[in-house]
Write a protein that binds this ligand. Structure first.
Ligand code: NAD
Length: 268
């Protein structure tokens, strides 16, 4: 049986790819989409927005029109997602969240919603990146606390948050594996490396340039050798297809707060 999905924020960079992925995915049926209030795309055909020709489904700024969906897919903004999750709870709809940059407090709000409806928070929906998280855990366990650990990420010039949600998650996986508190992870961002840097911390370096879809590397470096684990996304379709896989999985899940590791069966 196909899962009925609706795309929130479908005129965005990810939104357009999500429309295309929903049409192509054999387990998913696209039933509609929303745009921001005041958007020039209101009442446009979804296929026209995605640049793939008319498909006969309109966008709307009225979420009530999305009641036909079982799962909503949201790659929008923090403010919009926090509104969407309220709506999903009121109408008992599952929600896949791809939006990034939430504060700890905002994540708590999303977790509370997971008591009522199935929610996936996935700062990166690519299958490769989620395998990378697992490889980081295995690597950190084996290498231990004795190397310099640095994370590099690069994205397009329009990306709002830095370091990326994926880079922070990479740091978190390593920090958790090494038994450190996340607060001990230093986020250098664009401020450069400071004197406080030591092997106790994990440094982050960020590049924003052109149309880079997404690159992440973790360095485990010592004198004489270094191990680099890298993921490169060359198309946003990889995130969009991962989101469809997440939506399909979530349609059969009980209320709860999940991530892509659940979807891919990578949890111990
Ligand atoms: P974008 O700015 O191109 O698109 C965001 C869209 O959301 C815009 O079209 C905007 O009009 C729309 N929007 C805002 N408020 C809305 C509302 N209330 N209702 C409906 N639509 C609304 O940005 P993007 O590059 O597509 O990224 C969107 C988000 O997804 C960002 O947080 C980004 O970091 C994240 N992202 C996540 C992944 C992942 O794998 N999880 C991959 C890429 C991007």
């Amino acid at each position: 049986m196909k899962v009925k999905v609706a795309i929130l924020g479908c005129s965005g960079r990810m939104g357009r790819n999500l429309i295309q992925a929903a049409i192509e995915h054999k387990s998913v049926e696209l039933v509609g989409g929303s745009v921001r209030v005041g958007s020039s795309f209101e009442n446009f055909d979804l296929g026209e927005i995605a640049g793939i020709g008319a498909i006969g489904q309109k966008t709307t700024t009225d979420y009530q029109e999305l009641l036909a969906a079982d799962v909503l897919i949201d790659f929008t903004s923090i403010e919009a997602t926090l509104e969407h999750i309220e709506w999903c709870q009121q109408h008992n709809k599952a929600l896949v969240i791809g939006t990034t940059g939430f504060s700890d407090q905002q994540v708590e709000t999303l977790k509370v919603a997971g008591k009522n409806i199935p929610v996936i928070l996935a700062p990166n929906t690519s299958v490769g990146v989620n395998l990378l998280f697992k490889l980081l855990e295995i690597t950190a366990k084996a290498i231990g606390d004795y190397t310099d650990i640095e994370i590099f990420e690069a994205h397009h010039r329009f990306k709002k948050d830095a370091p990326s949600g994926t880079a922070v998650k990479m740091g978190q996986v390593i920090a958790d594996t090494l038994g450190r508190d996340l607060n001990e992870v230093a986020v250098y961002g664009r401020e450069g490396i400071t004197e406080e840097r030591s092997r106790e911390t994990i440094g982050f370096a960020t590049v924003r340039a052109g149309d880079i879809v997404g690159e992440h590397t973790a360095y485990f470096a010592d004198i004489g050798e270094r191990l680099e684990l890298t993921h490169k996304a060359s198309s946003r379709m990889t995130f969009a297809l991962g989101a469809m896989r997440a939506a399909f999985w979530l349609s059969e899940a009980e209320p709860g707060f999940y991530d892509m590791q659940d979807v891919l069966g990578l949890k111990d």
